[in-house]
Design a protein around this ligand. Structure first.
Ligand code: 13P
Length: 257
């Protein structure tokens, strides 16, 4: 394993938080705090309504902007939806796909996550594809089956070249917003399993190049241990990404990770 071949990526997932003035204030506060960060990609994934504000606030800085979802069709009669092309045209670089909250509350399936991933790639976006098991699935000892199935389905028909543009976020559903973080060993175990699954599907060289994040109650206190693990190449952070100081601490932990 060679962690040095992969860039660590720390991404904030703001979820349904922040009005435009609040978004601007948070990014303006964050900008100088992370201005000297070089070896870690810093991303803020924000609500659609904040994208233009966020892009303007971070222009010329080392903070990249992402959206929190996109639809899989290019355009058409899909009231309330946003296409990948619409995001790419704005200058958005990343998009979170298949988040467990989308799967849980909005009936997204591996099939639609796969379609969204392909649409995002076709538009030139970098997908952050989330996978993770439910507590019940972990208790039944089927975490690896669940994760392998999600990886196979979510990346069905995605070429090796396109896979290299994707980030995979391992987010155990039981650890999201619960304050219950996976231990660093649990995170490492599943992230290593994801890489081994990718190696079977795409070959070891491709698998070694993919950034795999951990997400789920990652915070300023536990980030350093999590990102020190061989197969944990950063994090997808919810609650703690809404506070500039905490998010900066996590980013700096990844610099040393
Ligand atoms: P929390 O960090 O708030 O647990 O959320 C994690 C998450 O869902 C990031 O996408």
């Amino acid at each position: 394993m060679n962690k040095a071949v992969r860039k660590a990526v720390i991404a904030g997932n703001w979820k349904m938080n922040k009005t435009r003035p609040e978004a601007k204030a948070l990014l303006e506060e964050l900008k100088p705090m992370v201005a000297d960060v070089k070896d870690v990609e810093v991303v803020a994934c924000v609500p659609f309504t904040n994208l233009e504000t966020a892009l303007a606030a971070t222009a010329g800085s080392n903070i990249k902007i992402g959206a929190e979802n996109c639809h899989f069709e290019k355009s058409g009669a899909f009231t309330g939806e946003i296409s990948a092309d619409m995001l790419a045209e704005m200058g958005v670089e990343y998009v979170v796909l298949g988040h467990s909250e989308r799967r849980q509350y909005f009936n997204e399936t591996d099939e639609t996550v796969n379609k969204r991933t392909k649409a995002a790639l076709a538009a030139g976006l970098k997908p952050i594809v989330c996978v993770g098991e439910l507590l019940w699935e972990r208790e039944c000892n089927i975490t690896e089956e669940v994760i392998a199935r999600q990886i196979k389905l979510d990346f069905y028909d995605v070429s090796a070249e396109d896979l290299k543009k994707c980030i995979i976020a391992y987010e155990p559903v039981w650890a999201i917003g619960t304050g219950k973080t996976a231990t660093a060993d649990q995170a490492e175990e599943v992230c290593a399993f994801i890489r081994a699954t990718l190696a079977k599907l795409y070959g070891a060289d491709v698998a070694e190049a993919i950034t795999i994040q951990y997400g789920g109650s990652m915070n300023a206190g536990n980030a350093a241990e999590l990102v020190s693990k061989t197969n944990v190449d950063g994090g997808l952070i919810g609650g703690a990404s809404l506070k500039a100081a905490d998010f900066t601490t996590i980013i700096k932990a990844a610099v040393n990770g």
